[in-house]
Design a protein around this ligand. Structure first.
Ligand SMILES: [Zn+2]
Ligand SMILES: [Zn+2]
Length: 134
């Protein structure tokens, strides 16, 4: 399966040719803070399958060996790598796929750090756009 994606402004684009090893929704504190979002969806690939086809992501050391790769122009988080814990592996923020439905999520991880209300988030009222005005 060939997957393409990129950041919000289009300065960084990437292509993946192959199948994801897994797809997890991560609730850890580092993901939450770096993304500014309650959780981050990650697909995991052998690093050789992932090619940056446009631009160069900026790399931020979010822990001793954890590296977060993001667009320096628009701030979109794109990749995570950790050569110590996961050598030869790269994670992609799957919400940056051109087709974010291409690979279904398989698990929630790091739920020990999850925001309390996120556990029941799927039970909240849902609107196609916004709630109606009174
Ligand atoms: Zn960008
Ligand atoms: Zn995380």
């Amino acid at each position: 399966m060939v997957i393409t994606g990129g950041c919000h402004c289009g300065a960084v684009r990437y292509q993946v040719d192959g199948d994801a090893l897994t797809h997890a929704l991560c609730h850890c504190t580092d993901c939450r803070r770096h993304a500014g979002a309650p959780m981050v969806a990650w697909t995991m690939y052998p690093i050789d399958l992932v090619k940056v086809t446009k631009g160069t992501p900026k790399v931020y050391a979010s822990s001793d060996h954890g590296r977060r790769h993001f667009c320096a122009d628009c701030g979109t988080g794109l990749f995570f790598s950790n050569a110590q814990v996961l050598p030869g592996i790269i994670d992609i923020q799957s919400a940056t796929y051109d087709d974010p439905d291409a690979v279904p999520a398989r698990a929630h991880i790091q739920v020990a750090d999850r925001i309390g209300w996120m556990a029941q988030a799927h039970e909240l009222p849902q609107f196609d756009r916004y709630p109606p005005h009174e």
